[in-house]
Design a protein around this ligand. Structure first.
Ligand SMILES: NC(=O)c1ccc[n+]([C@@H]2O[C@H](COP(=O)([O-])OP(=O)(O)OC[C@H]3O[C@@H](n4cnc5c(N)ncnc54)[C@H](O)[C@@H]3O)[C@@H](O)[C@H]2O)c1
Length: 415
């Protein structure tokens, strides 16, 4: 088959590679010329896709910025961003723009699949009318479906191939075509009643995580007051073989999904005079977590007899999760901002993030930074750091990730 992918980011590029690896021809389209040029040189910009994965694909993967190149595809998959506006409402600009460009080249009998996370109704109510500007009708002249992406950057135990894929088409034939498409690269494809169920399934998965993370974040704050080790409690509860699922507290939620997607559903709910309280409450608790962590750093400095102002604070790990360099919505940014506002001298060490231009900072050498730090805070625990040695080198080490549980040191403070 010949498959077009629109949007070659964390979702689109691995998908393009998976289809090409399975022997299909892939037209890989992005509006960002630099990404397309990079791929044309055989250079990947996504950590999960090494250059060595691109090399064997040869001409099976054709990077382009031209929508006209999609006209020859059997299927086109849209993987553009779906962020929030400044007032935390869905921003469908990228989807509308890419849909409008695709409509200009859409062909009869093509299959179009939306993978971007969005609220239920988007595929039918927003995308179908835009594509209909082609003069072709969704469900009759061309096929249209939604299939949520479930990629987890950095994860290796589940891949695109082994993670079950949900699809929901506008019609039975749309679903069938989508099922056939994903069967090329996925071991299991599950067909739902329509795009709405598929759109909402993705939001349920993400909101489930957001709500449970908020719950343990709140529990961590309570444990701080009760002087009970939250990690010991979570470990203990996790021994129950049924009816409990482990979630861990942390410095706050980051990434493109969890801090954003729940508000897509909250928006849709409000359109129906419904106010989903779990979503809003979880968002509120999770958004407040970086401020709580900044306060814990402040307290640690206070115990050392130092104010935040003028103290050297070393942040260990600034990306939103371990093992990747993705900075989107990272809580480290908020923590750094709050400490700086109070006059703290903030620096950071992160092997995955060379610079933070918004702070005018570059990742510092760990050994050198430890010599001058008044306090170090583990915000994201990238593998390969010797936290025992860090604890020995600084007056106070604060662990927001629970990775120092094996270390016994008087200057160690855990969330
Ligand atoms: N990153 C994840 O872990 C993840 C997981 C599941 C679902 N999702 C969802 O998948 C979607 C994409 O996320 P992502 O992380 O890959 O985003 P991304 O920002 O990494 O990639 C999106 C790409 O789309 C391109 N683009 C934007 N507008 C375009 C246009 N009009 N035409 C062509 N290309 C365009 C951008 O240049 C960018 O390269 C989002 O809806 C997101 O919520 C992301």
């Amino acid at each position: 088959m010949k498959i077009g992918i629109i949007g070659l980011g964390y979702v689109g590029l691995p998908l393009a590679v998976a289809f090409a690896e399975s022997g299909n021809d892939v037209i890989a389209l992005d509006a960002d010329k630099r990404k397309v040029e990079s791929l044309a040189r055989g250079e990947s910009y996504i950590e999960d896709i090494p250059d060595s994965d691109l090399a064997p694909l040869g001409e099976r993967l054709t990077p382009t910025t031209r929508y006209a190149d999609l006209a020859s595809c059997n299927a086109v998959i849209i993987c553009v961003p779906t962020p929030l506006t400044g007032s935390r409402e869905p921003d469908l600009t990228y989807l509308i723009d890419s849909g409008a460009e695709l409509a200009k080249v859409l062909q009869p009998n093509q299959l179009v699949v939306l993978e971007s996370t969005t609220y239920p109704g988007t595929t039918r109510e927003r995308l179908a009318p835009i594509l209909a500007e082609s003069g072709l009708s969704a469900g009759t002249d061309f096929h249209l479906a939604f299939s949520p992406e479930r990629i987890d950057p950095g994860r290796t135990d589940y891949t695109v191939r082994t993670t079950p894929k949900l699809v929901g088409g506008l019609t039975e034939e749309c679903s069938k075509r989508a099922e056939e498409l994903y069967a090329l690269i996925c071991e299991q494809v599950i067909v739902l009643s329509g795009p709405e169920a598929a759109e909402l399934s993705k939001l349920l998965e993400n909101i489930f995580r957001s709500v449970n993370i908020a719950f343990v974040n709140e529990l961590a704050q309570l444990c701080d007051r009760l002087e009970i080790d939250v990690w010991e409690v979570i470990d203990a509860a996790s021994t129950k073989p049924f009816g409990f699922m482990r979630f861990e507290p942390g410095p706050g939620m980051g990434g493109h999904c969890l801090p954003i997607d729940p508000f897509y559903l909250a928006f849709k709910a409000r359109e129906h005079d419904f106010y989903p309280e779990f979503i809003e409450l979880a968002g509120k608790v999770n958004q407040a977590q970086p401020a709580y962590c900044a306060e814990r750093i402040e307290r640690a400095l206070n115990d050392l007899g130092k104010p935040v102002k003028g103290s050297n604070v070393l942040i260990l790990g600034v990306s939103y999760k371990a093992g990747v360099g993705d900075m989107r919505e990272s809580p480290a940014l908020k923590i750094a901002e709050l400490l700086r506002e109070r006059g703290g001298e903030v620096c950071y060490h992160d092997p995955h993030v060379a610079e933070l231009p918004q702070f005018g900072l570059r990742s510092v050498d760990l050994d050198a930074a430890l010599e001058t730090a008044d306090v170090a805070a583990i915000v994201t625990a990238h593998p390969g750091v010797d936290y025992g040695a860090v604890a020995e080198a600084v007056p106070a080490l604060i662990d927001f990730r629970g990775v120092t549980r094996e270390i016994d040191a008087a200057n160690l403070i855990r969330l």
